[in-house]
Design a protein around this ligand. Structure first.
Ligand SMILES: Nc1ncnc2c1ncn2[C@@H]1O[C@H](COP(=O)(O)OP(=O)(O)OP(=O)(O)O)[C@@H](O)[C@H]1O
Ligand SMILES: [Mg+2]
Length: 348
């Protein structure tokens, strides 16, 4: 059996990283995909009184906050990098969650020109009730989800396609977040995205269940998603770097796409043609909260690539960006351009 050869990239030269990061202010970035609203309700159970009508203790909400989720969180992460433009393309419903989503995206500096209100659509939302009692320990109740259970209407598909075409034509890079079963990335829209990529648009795709269906774009799966796309029943957490690279190479070859496969605490792998790179993450002391790390990674990786960075350089910058987000506990955080620049300088 031939041994896999790969280069280990220990980081990125701080001057080179700074040059790349300084360029982000000139970029126009488009983000298309399944937007959701993350809703948090914190209940203080010490204030709860038994309901007279039902045998339940209600959840008295003492705090409420909301933030863009799904592709909306990718857009918020892109906006935190202060590009010239971070333009969201996606679909919401005609409901309170859609209105809040517009507001929360705008508040974070995201351009919402590409967000349309769909026919018979609900705005996706993940509502998380958090209970606190006498102690400081917080418990998360089962989530209350709003999502669509019917495919996108043809008229909406057409309107979205038009938005993608016009916004991509005026953008340096297109990030795709394809998550939901009945989301906005339909077969026709996936074909459109592939077509744009073949015409020269830089396209980077993140998809939980369908990464294996994209060809001729840049793929950004995590290890589990990549293994699933290759129909492997092995657990990537038990795999050696050699084995992970072998799978990433096979995915890249089969789908005719460069692959950036993230590995959680182990960092990431970048494959382009027959070249393979392993880019370990900086070691981060606990406590950490990895929620949203993948979105931060995707944003920084895409921006760096759009500026002409090599894939392994973009991956090294994305590792640094994600390592900042994971230190933000209890929130789906973002890494700002200032935080990343400060980290790059302090690493020298
Ligand atoms: N424990 C950790 N220590 C250091 N870096 C980490 C850690 N966990 C994640 N990261 C960084 O975040 C990146 C993305 O993480 P991961 O592979 O878990 O993505 P993901 O599964 O897509 O995440 P998400 O759950 O946000 O979708 C990693 O490549 C790495 O740079
Ligand atoms: Mg992910």
């Amino acid at each position: 059996m031939s041994r896999i050869t790969y280069k280990i990239i220990g980081g990125i030269d701080s001057k080179r990283a700074k040059d790349i990061l300084d360029g982000i202010g000139t970029l126009k970035v488009a983000i298309v995909g399944d937007i959701a609203l993350d809703v948090y309700w914190r209940a203080d159970m010490t204030k709860s009184e038994l309901s007279r009508e039902t045998p339940h203790f209600p959840l008295p909400v003492i705090q409420e906050w909301m933030s863009p989720g799904g592709a909306g969180n990718v857009a918020a992460n892109v906006a935190a990098l202060s590009p010239l433009k971070a333009c969201m393309i996606g679909i919401i419903g005609d409901d309170w969650r859609g209105d809040v989503l517009y507001k929360e995206l705008k508040k974070r500096g995201v351009d919402t020109t590409g967000v349309i209100k769909g026919v018979d659509r609900v705005t996706n939302a993940y509502c998380k009730p958090l209970r606190r009692g006498i102690s400081d320990v917080e418990y998360e109740d089962p989530r209350i989800d709003f999502e669509n259970f019917r495919p996108l209407a043809e008229t909406d598909e057409q309107r979205l396609t038009n938005k993608i075409e016009s916004i991509a034509a005026d953008s340096d890079v297109l990030c795709v977040t394809d998550q939901m079963r009945f989301g906005c990335i339909t077969l026709a829209i996936r074909d459109k995205i592939t077509e744009l990529s073949s015409k020269g648009v830089k396209v980077i795709v993140d998809s939980r269940d369908r990464i294996g269906l994209y060809n001729n774009v840049i793929l950004k799966p995590n290890d589990v998603e990549a293994y699933r796309a290759m129909n492997s029943d092995k657990d990537p957490r038990d795999a050696t770097v050699d084995q992970l690279i072998e799978t990433a190479l096979a995915l890249s070859k089969r789908n005719r796409s460069p692959v950036c496969m993230t590995l959680g605490a182990r960092g990431c792998i970048y494959i382009e043609g027959s070249e393979a790179y392993y880019i370990p993450s900086p070691e981060i002391e606990p406590p950490i909260d990895t929620c949203g790390a993948g979105d931060t990674f995707l944003s920084a990786f895409s921006c760096a690539l759009a500026l002409g960075a090599e894939g392994y350089e973009a991956a090294a910058i994305a590792n640094i960006a994600a390592s900042i987000t994971i230190k933000k506990i209890g929130v789906t955080g973002t890494a700002t351009i200032e935080e990343i620049k400060a980290r790059v300088v302090s690493n020298t």
